[in-house]
Design a protein around this ligand. Structure first.
Ligand code: ARG
Length: 378
C-alpha cells in the first residue's frame, strides 16, 4: 500500500511515519505545505527522509493560500462566532487538496493526517478528501493508535525518532493569517493565558506609549496598499502582523463551539486579520446601503460557519461568494487605523464610492437650524 501523509515534522506525524510503515507495511510519502508558518522546510524534509520515507514533497503554497482562501475570508468579514478569523480552518481544505493531488500523481491508495478525534481539523480534511477523491482511503494514525503521550514517547525512542525538546506545553498551529494556541494551562477557561503562550504580539501594557497610524487602501474589497505603498496582499498581511503585533493588537481569547459538539477555549494571535477585517467592515458601512449591509451580515455569517465546519467544497460557498463578490465592486477607499496598547481603532475613512453626504451636516449650520426652528422672540 502507498500512503501520502501530511507531515509537519512534529512528534505525532513522525511517529505516524513509522506506525504506517509497520502496521500497513506501507510505502509512505510525506508532504509538507508552507503557508507562511515560518518553519524550516528543508529541515522537515531531511527529518522525513531520515525516517525512511519513500518520497517527500515540500510545497510552497503561500500565494495560493492568500489568493484562494484568505482573500475570500476578507471579503466575507470572516470572524467565526464574532472572534476567530478562521486561519486554521482555511488551511485544512488546501492541505487536503494537496494531499489528493500528490496521491493521484503517485498512484497512492490512501492519504493520512495527524489529527486527533477531538478537533475540527479531522472533519475538514476528511470531507475535502472525500469530495475530491472518494476512492482514497483515509488513515488517521493518531486517532487510531490511542497512545498516551508517555507511550508515544517510548515508541519514538524505540524507533529512533528524534523527540523535540518541547519547552512549551501548547499545541500550536500557525500560518500567515494567524496563530492558534491550545492545550496545557489554556484548558482552564478561567485562567488567564500565560505570557509565554504569545509570540506574535507584545503584552498590550508593555506596548509603546505612542500610537502608530496605518492607512489601508482597498480596491474591490481587498487591501492593495499600506500607508500609500502598493504591495501584494501577502506582504500587506506580513507587515501588518509585525506593526500591529508590536502594539499588542490581535490577541483573542474566547470559548468556541467545535463541529464535533464540544466547547473549547481558544487563544489566537491575529494582528493583521483583526486590522484588515475591521477596516474592511468599516469601509463597507460607508459604501454599501443599509439593506445590503443587513443582508450581507447574514451571508457573511453563513460563509464563516460553512468554512468552520469544513464544508469548503459545498457549492453553497460559491453561491454565497457570488453575492459577496457583487457587493465588493464598490468597496474601495482608504481606512485609517490607530494602533495603540492592544487596540486597532478605525479613526477615519474615505471613499470615491462613499454614500455619506457631508453636506447634510454642514448646511444649514447648526446655528441656522436652531434659529430657524426657534419661534422669534421679537
Ligand atoms: N479551534 C480552531 C479551529 O478549529 C483552531 C484549531 C487549531 N488546530 C490545531 N491542530 N491546533 O479551527
Amino acid at each position: 500500500m502507498r500512503v501520502v501523509l501530511a507531515y509537519s515534522g512534529g512528534l505525532d506525524t513522525s511517529v505516524a511515519i513509522k506506525w504506517l510503515q509497520e502496521k500497513y507495511d506501507a510505502e509512505v510519502i510525506t508532504m509538507t505545505l508552507d503557508i507562511g508558518q515560518l518553519e524550516d522546510l528543508k529541515a522537515i524534509e531531511e527529518k522525513a527522509k531520515a525516517l525512511g520515507v519513500y518520497k517527500h514533497y515540500s510545497i510552497n503554497a503561500i500565494d495560493e493560500f492568500v489568493e484562494r482562501y484568505v482573500a475570500r475570508a476578507i471579503k466575507a468579514n470572516a470572524l467565526y462566532e464574532g472572534k476567530y478569523p478562521l486561519h486554521s480552518a482555511l488551511s485544512r481544505p488546501l492541505i487536503a487538496e494537496k494531499l489528493v493531488e500528490v496521491a493521484l500523481k503517485e498512484g497512492a491508495d490512501a492519504v493520512a493526517h495527524g489529527c486527533t478525534g477531538r478537533g475540527n481539523d479531522q472533519v475538514r480534511i476528511e470531507i475535502t478528501v472525500k469530495s475530491l477523491a472518494p476512492h482514497l482511503k483515509i488513515i488517521a494514525p493518531v486517532r487510531e493508535w490511542e497512545l498516551s503521550r508517555d507511550r508515544e514517547i517510548a515508541y519514538a525512542k524505540e524507533k529512533g525518532i528524534p523527540i523535540p525538546i518541547k519547552d512549551k506545553p501548547y499545541s500550536i498551529d500557525q500560518n500567515l493569517w494567524g496563530r492558534s494556541i491550545e492545550c496545557g494551562p489554556l484548558d482552564d477557561p478561567y485562567a488567564e493565558p500565560p505570557e509565554d503562550a504569545f509570540e506574535w504580539t507584545v503584552d498590550p501594557s508593555k506596548a509603546p506609549n505612542e500610537p502608530t497610524y496605518v492607512t489601508l487602501t482597498f480596491k474591490n474589497g481587498l487591501p492593495i496598499a499600506i500607508n500609500g505603498v502598493e504591495m501584494s496582499l501577502k506582504d500587506i498581511i506580513a507587515s501588518l502582523n509585525k506593526i500591529a503585533g508590536q502594539h499588542g493588537v490581535g490577541r483573542v481569547d474566547h470559548i468556541e463551539d467545535r463541529v464535533v459538539g464540544i466547547k473549547s477555549r481558544e487563544v489566537y494571535e491575529v494582528p493583521a486579520a483583526i486590522c484588515i477585517v475591521e477596516a474592511h467592515k468599516d469601509l463597507e458601512k460607508m459604501t454599501l446601503t443599509k439593506h445590503e449591509l443587513a443582508f450581507k451580515s447574514m451571508i457573511d455569517d453563513a460563509w464563516s460557519r460553512l468554512v468552520y465546519e469544513g464544508l469548503w467544497c459545498d457549492p453553497l460557498r460559491e453561491d454565497l461568494e457570488a453575492f459577496i463578490d457583487k457587493t465588493q465592486d464598490r468597496v474601495e477607499g482608504e481606512v485609517k487605523l490607530k494602533l495603540y496598547k492592544g487596540s486597532a481603532m478605525v479613526v477615519g475613512r474615505k471613499s470615491p464610492r462613499s454614500l455619506y453626504d457631508c453636506l447634510l451636516y454642514t448646511s444649514p449650520s447648526p446655528r441656522d437650524l436652531s434659529t430657524s426652528r426657534m419661534p422669534s422672540s421679537a
